[in-house]
Design a binder for this molecule. Structure first.
Ligand code: GLN
Length: 484
């Protein structure tokens, strides 16, 4: 069983197709594992075993009828902000506690069509605001490699579950790094596709011009296969791209001959943990051994990324969260008049970080400050996107650290939100520009915490980042497992 828990989806696929294991058995094995570890991890907020077994039975029937597909019969865990009809979708917030979704998200529809089993709601920072999963209304999740440390965030539950052998595959969302950073903190693969690649329909909005669904997996090939299933145009999402979906698995190979990997020294500046820098540089050297060529590039506006993001993302969040007022959406606190009702509802049911973002966002959008903050940040966002344009005119992918540090101790950074914001510096640029990125495990710190290398590619350049991530991973497989 231990091997089954830590198998890749492709390994499970073979067993399912050969009839060595059934989807029902996978769900049962997964439930056992979750029961064994979740009290220590708090990775799952809820799950519906009965419903999952029904879905698994249907998948087994399709398998028995000879149907085959990359995710047929595979259980997938979802961050608690993706809508699945009949399942809770609380965004780890008191304001949506008890909310049951009336519809499936676009990506969820595609998972269902593919025969995946939608099992489990993963913990997260409330409304995806945070980088440690400490902002959940249901308590933090913990890092499987060291339970005193955070799993990263905001999709920390989804990452911790995959890393701990308590999910084979999970989905999260990445607005400023929330898939790549927890993947690097937990030692699994985290893919943030290009903006518009996967439908945002049914993904609870945080900052709509940044949000993108992302994938956690145990191998790059699994991420490629899963992307192929859930990517694609959806007319219900106005920013969904009408690009065809390539055969991502076909892009994977062993050699990197001819590939140009950009390295920008701005990503290795002071403040980056030396262990992280060394490990990421070693990963880049390994890619050179596989045939890639390193191209020095520069990213002059990196230093503004955090400021731009923390003006624009809260601005969008303040608008998106206005609907949770106890009247249109959300659990109500009754009061004498509608204004008091809304005020008390929002005061009682939003956590501190969500309130902070709403305040910040409302401030930068207010008349008198709009030009000085919001408009200026939009202009700076365009400059930063231009940095990417220049970089990708010289190379195929950009290799960087995912985060300046490894997973920090629970409670350490959360006291000072600004510290947490600053740590998003290497992941935010992709969201500001629509680029795609992947975090791939590349080593461990001396105290046994995972480190990730980030490969960034231009919008709709997923094939290149999957290719480099896969080749690196094949040459340097991650064999350690957390002991839980
Ligand atoms: N850590 C970032 C934030 O707090 C990113 C969050 C995310 O990607 N959802 O906003």
């Amino acid at each position: 069983m231990e091997d089954l828990h830590f198998a890749s989806v492709r390994e499970l696929r073979q067993k399912l197709d050969a009839g060595e294991v059934s989807s029902v058995e996978l769900v049962q094995a997964l439930e056992q594992r979750i029961l064994a570890v979740n009290d220590r991890l708090n990775a799952y907020l809820s799950r519906d075993l009965e419903d999952a077994l029904k879905q698994a039975e249907a998948a087994d029937a399709r398998l028995a009828a000879g149907e085959r597909g990359p995710l047929l019969g595979i259980p997938v865990a979802l961050k608690d902000l993706l809508n699945v009809k009949g399942q809770s979708c609380g965004c780890a917030s008191k304001i949506l506690e008890g909310y049951s979704s009336p519809y499936d998200a676009g990506a969820v529809e595609k998972l269902r069509e593919a025969g995946a089993v939608l099992f489990g709601r993963c913990n997260m920072d409330e409304f995806a605001m945070g980088g440690s999963t400490e902002n959940s209304a249901y308590g933090p999740s913990y890092n499987p490699w060291n339970l005193e440390h955070v799993p990263g965030g905001s999709s920390g539950g989804s990452a911790a579950a995959v890393s701990a052998g308590a999910a084979w595959l999970s989905l999260g969302s990445d607005t400023g790094g929330s898939v790549r950073q927890p993947a690097s903190f937990c030692g699994c693969v985290g893919l943030k596709p290009s903006y518009g690649r996967i439908s945002r329909y049914g993904l609870t909005a945080f900052a709509s011009s940044f949000d993108q669904i992302g994938i956690f997996s145990r191998s790059v090939a699994d991420a490629a296969d899963s992307l192929g299933v859930i990517a694609g145009y959806d007319p219900r999402d106005s920013s969904s791209a009408e690009e065809s979906v390539p055969d991502y698995a076909a892009a994977l190979g062993e050699s990197l001959a001819g590939m140009k990997i950009g390295v920008a020294e701005e990503f290795f500046a002071e403040g980056v943990d030396p262990e992280v820098s060394a490990s990421v540089r070693a990963a880049i050297d390994a890619c050179v051994e596989l045939g890639a060529e390193v191209v020095p590039v520069s990213f002059p506006h990196l230093e503004y990324a955090v400021s731009i993001y923390y003006i624009l993302a809260p601005a969008e969040a303040s608008a998106n969260l206005a609907r949770f007022d106890g009247i249109r959406y959300g659990n109500r606190v009754e009061a004498e008049d509608p204004v008091s009702l809304m005020r008390q509802t929002r005061d009682a049911h939003f956590g501190d970080e969500v309130k902070r973002r709403i305040l910040l966002g409302t401030y930068v959008l207010s008349s008198g400050y709009y030009d000085a903050y919001y408009l200026k940040a939009q202009k700076a966002r365009a400059l930063l996107a231009k940095d990417f344009e220049d970089v990708f005119s010289k190379c195929d992918v950009l290799a960087t650290p995912v985060s300046p540090s490894t997973a920090f101790a629970v409670g350490k950074e959360s006291k000072d939100p600004l510290n947490l914001y600053l740590a998003d510096i290497f992941t935010i640029p992709a969201n500001l520009s629509g680029a795609c990125g992947i975090s791939v495990p590349c080593g461990f710190s001396e105290d046994g915490l995972p480190i990730g290398v980030q490969f960034l590619g231009p919008a709709f350049g997923e094939e290149q980042i999957l290719k480099v991530g896969h080749a690196y991973e094949q040459a340097h497989p991650q064999t350690l497992r957390p002991t839980l």
